[in-house]
Design a protein around this ligand. Sequence first.
Ligand code: UD2
Ligand code: MN
Length: 583
Amino acid sequence: CTVVLFRLFRGTKQIEYAQKHNGPSAVFTPATNEKIDWHNYESIQKDMDRTGIGEHGHPAHLTASDSDKYDELDRTGIGEHGHPAHLTASDSDKYDELYKVNGFNAALSDKIALDRALPDIRNKGCKTKKYLKNLPTVSVIVPFHNEHWTTLLRTAHSVVNRSPPELLKEVILVDDCSTKAFSKKPLDDYLAANLTKVRTVHLPERSGLIRARLAGAHIATGEVLIFLDSHTEANVNWLPPLLEPIAQNYKTCVCPFIDVIQYETFEYRAQDEGARGAFDWELFYKRLPLLPEDLKHPTEPFKSPVMAGGLFAISQKFFWELGGYDEGLDIWGGEQYELSFKIWMCGGQMYDAPCSRVGHIYRKFAPFPNPGKGDFVGRNYKRVAEVWMDEYAEFIYKRRPKYRSIDPGDLSVGLGIRERLKCKSFKWFMETIAFDLPLKYPPIEPDDFAYGEIRNLAAPEFCVDTEFKERDQEFGLQECNKDNKKKGEQNFTLTWHKDIRPHGRSMCWDVSDYRDKGKVVLYPCHGGKGNQYWKYDIDKQWLIHGSNPRCLDCDPGQKKIYVTKCDTESKTQRWRFEHVDMK
Ligand code: UD2
Ligand code: MN
């Protein structure tokens, strides 16, 4: 890809965007407060009548006979898959290959209709809810880099089919310099023939999702910008609940509930009953429970400190007043925090709307190779931390000392926006908006209780060894060899969360087996005690599991470990934890 058109955007300072963008600059004000039922019952009925694979979001599977269709999966454009298919030895490789480059079952996606029906899993109250008759118009912006053909098109079809035409001005697919051939002319041709409201912008240089979104926003003409990922499906009546809070106050950002499109079967289901967005101090996206007042009104939008990132609505006016995104954020990551922090700190508000639902494919794994840009996520995080997080940035650097030496580049635009808009402090944000975050994710972690090897006293040559195993796998005893790092995994931490983790991993000892001699497996740490709750009794030398306590015991002959009734007489239940904090 060469640099031509994109110079237009690149050299431009964000502040100038505020004057240069295409959108209307006046604040949208509804002419009347009248509310109406926005459901499109004709389209809902059509969906109900659909039959076929993956319809209604049911889990789908490929069968053996599907393999003779694999040729289709290779298509590079519309109408190019009518040729006869043959089962060749390489077909199954193609299936795997598609999985590998997408991180989800793209072969299955190709078998599911682009306009499939989805289950209406909203709270019942949403079905009768009315919204303002006057709502602002919308531009939907979808950045994509090498998105799979059918998941991209399903995103576009779902938006067009499930949005009131008078509200949807356009869908802009921003091609972030994809290398797949179909992303260019075949895509443009398909859209021209099938989805006239959808158009593309082809960026001549890989710009990352943040600058790709900016490029789309820059040419958008709707009053409200809605950003979506390129592998999403908008569900029934998704638009009005996103728009009404913005019509009432233009400094409002609204996120839909993000449902899960399962990466293997394309099943459509809820993520949970709703939660408030947050982060931990390594800047992993986290969730906080709803507040009691949110629970009282399950169909009303509730305040959320941080957006997940990919799916939200914001007025053009407010977006550009905030300077859009920081243009210096590269490729992927961090922009969700930048925007969330500045929305709250600079006079806006952010809500999650339970009645607006959009499905998203959470990949099984990230398939993209690093485009040779080093630790761009670290650099993005450092930019956000330096501009917005004040003294709290230190908590991040404590956990990620490497960030201290990353050069974040020029921060003057972001700092200028903060100054110009007289934005509040991060302390204010933490204490007013994310006030319960530190309880769950303390900035300063309490000390761990114990660490090192865990040696059995009945068979002192044996230590617990998790052998780098994964989720749901059992582990047991091995000869103690803590210092031989290659051989096993015998270095553990009994953390302040009261769980036990092999050093440096977020895997925890977990017991969900309530039979006698319950087995111990590894499971991703959740920090919520329960099946991962452990205590060390220094006097008795017991490792006690659960609130209905049982003791870690072992059979040294078979090198097995398990939890069972605590017994003061038992020697196999006694363990020496190498270092114990006696405080
Ligand atoms: C989440 C967000 C995502 C974004 C990201 C952090 C959701 C559901 N998803 O990760 O929107 O906020 O966190 O940055 O909240 N893309 C490009 N160019 C690139 C890389 C990606 O255009 O260089 C596109 C990609 O095709 C997709 C979108 O950006 O449409 C987000 O990428 P992702 O799906 O890999 O991110 P995800 O969902 O893991
Ligand atoms: Mn995504």
